[in-house]
Design a protein around this ligand. Structure first.
Ligand code: 2AM
Length: 190
Protein backbone atom coordinates (compact mmCIF):
# COMPACT_ATOMS: atom_id res chain seq x y z
CA UNK A 1 0.00 0.00 0.00
CA UNK A 2 2.25 2.83 -1.26
CA UNK A 3 0.02 5.84 -0.77
CA UNK A 4 1.54 9.17 -1.85
CA UNK A 5 -0.26 10.99 0.92
CA UNK A 6 -1.47 9.92 4.34
CA UNK A 7 -3.99 11.36 6.75
CA UNK A 8 -2.19 11.49 10.11
CA UNK A 9 -2.46 12.81 13.64
CA UNK A 10 -0.37 12.71 16.83
CA UNK A 11 -2.06 11.35 19.92
CA UNK A 12 -1.77 9.83 23.36
CA UNK A 13 -3.09 6.30 23.52
CA UNK A 14 -5.16 5.37 26.58
CA UNK A 15 -4.50 2.42 28.89
CA UNK A 16 -6.95 -0.50 28.73
CA UNK A 17 -8.40 0.28 32.17
CA UNK A 18 -9.15 3.87 31.17
CA UNK A 19 -10.75 2.78 27.92
CA UNK A 20 -12.86 0.28 29.86
CA UNK A 21 -14.01 3.09 32.17
CA UNK A 22 -14.95 5.21 29.15
CA UNK A 23 -16.71 2.28 27.49
CA UNK A 24 -18.93 1.98 30.58
CA UNK A 25 -19.93 5.60 30.22
CA UNK A 26 -20.60 5.11 26.50
CA UNK A 27 -22.71 2.06 27.36
CA UNK A 28 -24.85 4.07 29.77
CA UNK A 29 -25.38 6.90 27.27
CA UNK A 30 -26.04 4.50 24.45
CA UNK A 31 -28.80 2.81 26.43
CA UNK A 32 -30.86 6.01 26.35
CA UNK A 33 -33.43 6.21 23.51
CA UNK A 34 -31.58 9.17 21.99
CA UNK A 35 -28.39 7.17 22.04
CA UNK A 36 -29.27 5.97 18.56
CA UNK A 37 -28.85 9.49 17.21
CA UNK A 38 -25.10 9.19 17.73
CA UNK A 39 -22.14 7.42 16.19
CA UNK A 40 -20.30 6.03 19.20
CA UNK A 41 -16.55 5.73 19.24
CA UNK A 42 -15.41 2.15 19.61
CA UNK A 43 -13.44 1.62 22.79
CA UNK A 44 -10.26 0.48 21.02
CA UNK A 45 -10.23 3.78 19.11
CA UNK A 46 -10.55 6.11 22.11
CA UNK A 47 -7.55 8.46 22.28
CA UNK A 48 -6.41 11.98 23.05
CA UNK A 49 -5.40 13.96 19.94
CA UNK A 50 -2.38 16.26 20.34
CA UNK A 51 -2.17 17.48 16.76
CA UNK A 52 -4.19 16.71 13.66
CA UNK A 53 -1.97 17.07 10.58
CA UNK A 54 -4.48 15.94 7.97
CA UNK A 55 -3.16 14.76 4.61
CA UNK A 56 0.63 14.89 4.36
CA UNK A 57 2.97 13.62 1.66
CA UNK A 58 4.32 10.18 2.53
CA UNK A 59 7.80 11.63 1.98
CA UNK A 60 7.17 14.05 4.91
CA UNK A 61 6.60 11.26 7.41
CA UNK A 62 10.26 11.12 8.46
CA UNK A 63 10.26 14.87 9.16
CA UNK A 64 7.08 14.49 11.23
CA UNK A 65 8.56 11.57 13.09
CA UNK A 66 11.74 13.45 14.05
CA UNK A 67 9.74 16.50 15.07
CA UNK A 68 7.49 14.34 17.25
CA UNK A 69 10.54 12.59 18.67
CA UNK A 70 12.12 15.91 19.69
CA UNK A 71 8.88 17.03 21.34
CA UNK A 72 8.53 13.73 23.19
CA UNK A 73 12.13 13.95 24.42
CA UNK A 74 11.44 17.40 25.87
CA UNK A 75 8.97 16.07 28.46
CA UNK A 76 9.27 13.52 31.27
CA UNK A 77 6.47 10.95 31.74
CA UNK A 78 3.45 12.36 33.57
CA UNK A 79 -0.05 11.60 34.79
CA UNK A 80 -3.41 12.72 33.47
CA UNK A 81 -6.84 12.53 35.07
CA UNK A 82 -10.24 12.15 33.49
CA UNK A 83 -12.19 15.38 33.93
CA UNK A 84 -15.63 16.76 33.21
CA UNK A 85 -17.81 16.04 30.19
CA UNK A 86 -18.37 18.60 27.48
CA UNK A 87 -19.68 19.12 23.95
CA UNK A 88 -18.53 20.81 20.74
CA UNK A 89 -19.67 23.35 19.84
CA UNK A 90 -20.30 24.57 23.40
CA UNK A 91 -23.36 26.58 22.29
CA UNK A 92 -25.98 25.68 19.76
CA UNK A 93 -26.58 22.15 18.48
CA UNK A 94 -23.92 19.84 19.92
CA UNK A 95 -22.13 17.63 17.38
CA UNK A 96 -19.45 15.98 19.53
CA UNK A 97 -19.67 14.53 23.05
CA UNK A 98 -16.35 14.39 24.85
CA UNK A 99 -14.64 13.93 28.18
CA UNK A 100 -11.97 16.41 29.26
CA UNK A 101 -8.57 15.71 30.80
CA UNK A 102 -6.90 17.15 33.88
CA UNK A 103 -3.19 17.95 33.49
CA UNK A 104 -1.99 18.43 37.09
CA UNK A 105 1.73 18.50 36.15
CA UNK A 106 1.23 20.83 33.19
CA UNK A 107 3.33 18.47 31.07
CA UNK A 108 0.53 17.68 28.64
CA UNK A 109 0.34 21.39 27.77
CA UNK A 110 4.12 21.47 27.47
CA UNK A 111 4.17 18.43 25.19
CA UNK A 112 1.47 19.85 22.94
CA UNK A 113 3.17 23.26 22.69
CA UNK A 114 6.52 21.62 21.97
CA UNK A 115 4.94 19.42 19.30
CA UNK A 116 3.45 22.51 17.63
CA UNK A 117 6.86 24.24 17.70
CA UNK A 118 8.82 21.26 16.37
CA UNK A 119 6.28 20.59 13.62
CA UNK A 120 6.31 24.26 12.63
CA UNK A 121 10.13 24.24 12.41
CA UNK A 122 9.99 21.53 9.76
CA UNK A 123 7.25 23.24 7.81
CA UNK A 124 3.93 21.89 9.08
CA UNK A 125 1.31 24.58 9.69
CA UNK A 126 0.44 25.50 13.24
CA UNK A 127 -2.99 24.63 14.65
CA UNK A 128 -4.93 27.89 14.78
CA UNK A 129 -7.43 26.76 17.40
CA UNK A 130 -6.50 26.66 21.09
CA UNK A 131 -5.72 23.22 22.50
CA UNK A 132 -8.75 21.72 24.22
CA UNK A 133 -7.62 18.30 25.46
CA UNK A 134 -10.52 15.89 25.09
CA UNK A 135 -11.49 12.33 24.30
CA UNK A 136 -14.30 12.15 21.76
CA UNK A 137 -16.98 9.66 22.83
CA UNK A 138 -19.58 10.24 20.12
CA UNK A 139 -20.55 12.29 17.13
CA UNK A 140 -24.19 13.29 16.86
CA UNK A 141 -26.05 12.86 13.61
CA UNK A 142 -29.01 14.96 14.71
CA UNK A 143 -29.52 17.36 17.59
CA UNK A 144 -30.13 15.22 20.69
CA UNK A 145 -30.63 17.61 23.64
CA UNK A 146 -31.72 14.85 26.06
CA UNK A 147 -28.61 12.83 25.30
CA UNK A 148 -26.40 15.89 25.74
CA UNK A 149 -28.11 16.63 29.06
CA UNK A 150 -27.56 13.06 30.24
CA UNK A 151 -23.91 13.19 29.20
CA UNK A 152 -23.32 16.47 31.03
CA UNK A 153 -25.02 15.16 34.15
CA UNK A 154 -23.34 11.76 34.42
CA UNK A 155 -20.60 11.90 37.05
CA UNK A 156 -16.99 11.24 36.11
CA UNK A 157 -15.29 8.56 38.12
CA UNK A 158 -11.85 9.39 39.43
CA UNK A 159 -9.30 7.90 37.10
CA UNK A 160 -5.67 8.78 36.70
CA UNK A 161 -3.30 7.21 34.25
CA UNK A 162 0.36 7.45 33.31
CA UNK A 163 1.62 8.70 29.95
CA UNK A 164 4.95 7.31 28.73
CA UNK A 165 4.78 7.90 25.00
CA UNK A 166 3.14 9.72 22.14
CA UNK A 167 2.00 7.99 18.96
CA UNK A 168 1.67 8.96 15.32
CA UNK A 169 -1.55 7.52 13.92
CA UNK A 170 -2.76 7.05 10.39
CA UNK A 171 -6.48 7.58 9.77
CA UNK A 172 -8.10 6.01 6.73
CA UNK A 173 -11.61 7.22 6.03
CA UNK A 174 -14.04 4.43 5.24
CA UNK A 175 -17.81 4.32 4.90
CA UNK A 176 -18.07 2.46 8.23
CA UNK A 177 -15.85 5.00 10.02
CA UNK A 178 -12.16 5.90 10.15
CA UNK A 179 -9.64 3.11 10.59
CA UNK A 180 -6.64 3.99 12.75
CA UNK A 181 -3.22 2.38 12.56
CA UNK A 182 -0.18 3.27 14.64
CA UNK A 183 2.76 4.42 12.50
CA UNK A 184 5.21 5.21 15.29
CA UNK A 185 5.51 5.36 19.08
CA UNK A 186 7.80 8.02 20.53
CA UNK A 187 8.84 7.52 24.15
CA UNK A 188 8.86 10.52 26.47
CA UNK A 189 12.17 11.49 28.08
CA UNK A 190 13.18 8.50 30.19
P1 2AM B 1 -12.03 14.90 17.54
O1 2AM B 1 -11.89 13.70 18.39
O2 2AM B 1 -12.30 16.14 18.32
O3 2AM B 1 -12.96 14.73 16.38
C1 2AM B 1 -8.61 11.87 14.10
O4 2AM B 1 -9.53 12.40 13.22
C2 2AM B 1 -8.47 12.72 15.32
O5 2AM B 1 -7.98 14.01 14.97
C3 2AM B 1 -9.77 12.92 16.07
O6 2AM B 1 -9.53 12.67 17.44
C4 2AM B 1 -10.13 14.36 15.83
O7 2AM B 1 -10.58 15.06 16.92
C5 2AM B 1 -8.80 14.99 15.56
N1 2AM B 1 -8.97 16.18 14.73
C6 2AM B 1 -8.61 17.45 15.07
N2 2AM B 1 -8.87 18.30 14.08
C7 2AM B 1 -9.44 17.59 13.10
C8 2AM B 1 -9.96 17.92 11.81
N3 2AM B 1 -9.91 19.17 11.32
N4 2AM B 1 -10.49 16.92 11.09
C9 2AM B 1 -10.53 15.67 11.55
N5 2AM B 1 -10.06 15.29 12.73
C10 2AM B 1 -9.51 16.23 13.51
Amino acid sequence: DEAKSLRVFCAIALPDATRARLAERIGRLRASPQGFAARWERSEKLHLTLKFLGEIEASRLDALRSAAERAAMSVAPFELTLAGPGVFPPRGAARVLWLGLGDPSGRLAHLQASLEDECHKVGFPREARPFRPHITLARLRNPAPQLVKLHLELPVETERFAVHEMVIMRSELRPEGARYTELAALPLRG
